[in-house]
Design a protein around this ligand. Structure first.
Ligand code: ATP
Length: 328
C-alpha cells in the first residue's frame, strides 16, 4: 500500500454501542500489522479538544473484544460543534503528529468528522457504531445485533408475566428515527403489534386490531413501541388510552431504556466490528478520506460520508407483512 499516513488516531463518539471495543481493537491491531503508529483519543471529540490522547499498541487492546461499552469512553461535545473547538482539535492532532482519524459513532459524529476534514484538509474515516441501525449505506451498524438480542431476551421475560396475569404490555424500545429494533425484536419475540417511526397505523386501528385478537382467544398481548413512534402520544399516554378503550386486560408499560445499550457484544457484532476496523485502516492507507466503511450484502464497502449522512430509505414492507401474518 502506498501511503503518507504513518500515525492514525481512533475515537468513539455519541452513544456507546456493544462492539465499539472490538472495532477499536481491530483499528489498533491493523496499525500494528501495517507498521504504523496508533493513538487512542479518550472521551470522543471532547478529548480531542483537551488533548486526551495516548499511544496504543497491539497489547493495549487485549481482553476487550468481549466487553460492551468503549474503553476509550464516549462523549457528546458541545465545543466541537463550533469551528473554534474543531480548530483546537486539529491543533492537537498536529501536535501529536497524527496524520488521520478514525471516528466510530453515529451520524452526528460523522457530521463532525466531515467538518474537521473539510475545514482543515485532515483525513477522516467513519465506522458506523450505534445500536439504532439508522445509518445510510450500510446494512448493519455495530451494536445493533447485540441490542436486538438484549431486547428479545427482555421481552421474553415480560411475556411470562403478561401471560400469567392476562396483561397487555406496551414495551418501549430504542429507535428515535428507525424502527429496525422494534420490528425485528417484535417479530422475534412474538409481539402482537409493533409501532415504528416510519409507519403510523393510527391509534384506533391499533385498538380495533387488539379487540379482534381478543375475540380470537388471545389472553395476553405484547405491543412493542419504538421510542420515535409517531402516534402523537408518549408510551404512558398510549397505555392509558388502550386501557380506556379495551376491556378485559390490565395494561402495563415497560420502558427498556439503557439496558439495550449494554452487555457483551454478540459474535456477529464482534466480527462486523473487526471487519470494519481493518477496512478503516486500509482505506486510510490507500489515501481515502471522508468515507464510511460499511457492510452491504456481507461485503465491506467504502461509502462517501456525505452519502452515509443522507436520510436512509429503508423498506420495511416485508417485515411488516411478516409481523402482521405471524400475529393473527
Ligand atoms: P448516536 O446515534 O448514538 O446518537 P451520534 O454520533 O449521532 O451517535 P451525536 O450526539 O449526534 O451522536 O453526535 C456526537 C458528537 O458529534 C456531538 O457531541 C458533537 O461533538 C459532534 N457533532 C454532532 N453534530 C455535529 C455538527 N453538526 N457539527 C459538528 N459536530 C457535530
Amino acid at each position: 500500500m502506498t501511503t503518507k499516513v504513518k500515525h492514525i488516531a481512533v475515537l468513539t463518539s455519541g452513544g456507546d454501542a456493544p462492539g465499539m471495543n472490538a472495532a477499536i481493537r481491530a483499528v489498533v491491531r491493523s496499525c500494528s500489522y501495517y507498521n504504523i503508529k496508533c493513538s487512542g483519543v479518550f472521551k470522543g471529540y471532547e478529548g480531542l479538544i483537551h488533548n486526551q490522547i495516548e499511544e496504543l499498541n497491539a497489547r493495549s487492546v487485549r481482553n476487550i473484544i468481549n466487553k460492551g461499552g468503549t474503553f476509550l469512553k464516549s462523549a457528546r461535545s458541545k465545543d466541537f460543534r463550533a469551528v473554534e473547538g474543531r480548530q483546537k482539535a486539529y491543533a492537537n492532532l498536529k501536535k501529536n503528529n497524527i496524520d488521520a482519524l478514525v471516528v466510530i459513532g453515529g451520524d452526528g459524529s460523522f457530521t463532525g468528522a466531515l467538518k474537521l476534514s473539510e475545514e482543515f484538509n485532515f483525513p477522516v474515516v467513519g465506522i458506523p457504531g450505534t445500536i439504532d441501525n439508522d445509518i445510510n449505506g450500510t446494512d448493519y451498524t455495530i451494536g445493533y445485533d447485540t441490542a436486538l438480542n438484549t431486547v428479545v431476551e427482555a421481552i421474553d421475560k415480560i411475556r411470562d408475566t403478561a401471560s400469567s396475569h392476562n396483561r397487555l404490555f406496551l414495551i418501549e424500545v430504542m429507535g428515535r428515527d428507525a424502527g429496525d429494533i422494534a420490528l425485528n425484536a417484535g417479530i422475534g419475540a412474538g409481539a402482537e403489534e409493533i409501532l415504528i417511526p416510519e409507519e403510523n397505523m393510527g391509534i384506533d386501528r391499533l385498538i380495533e386490531s387488539l379487540k379482534k385478537s381478543k375475540k380470537t382467544g388471545k389472553t395476553s398481548s405484547i405491543i412493542v413501541v419504538a421510542e420515535g413512534d409517531t402516534s402523537g402520544k408518549n408510551i404512558f399516554e398510549l397505555g392509558q388510552y388502550v386501557e380506556e378503550h379495551l376491556d378485559g386486560y390490565e395494561v402495563r408499560v415497560s420502558v427498556l431504556g439503557h439496558i439495550q445499550r449494554g452487555g457483551a457484544p454478540s459474535c456477529y457484532d464482534r466480527v462486523l466490528a473487526s471487519k470494519l476496523g481493518v477496512g478503516a485502516v486500509e482505506a486510510l492507507l490507500e489515501g481515502k478520506s471522508e468515507v464510511m466503511i460499511g457492510i452491504v450484502h456481507k461485503t465491506v464497502t467504502i461509502v462517501p460520508l456525505k452519502e452515509a449522512l443522507d436520510k436512509r430509505i429503508h423498506k420495511h414492507d416485508m417485515l411488516i407483512k411478516v409481523a402482521d401474518i405471524t400475529s393473527v
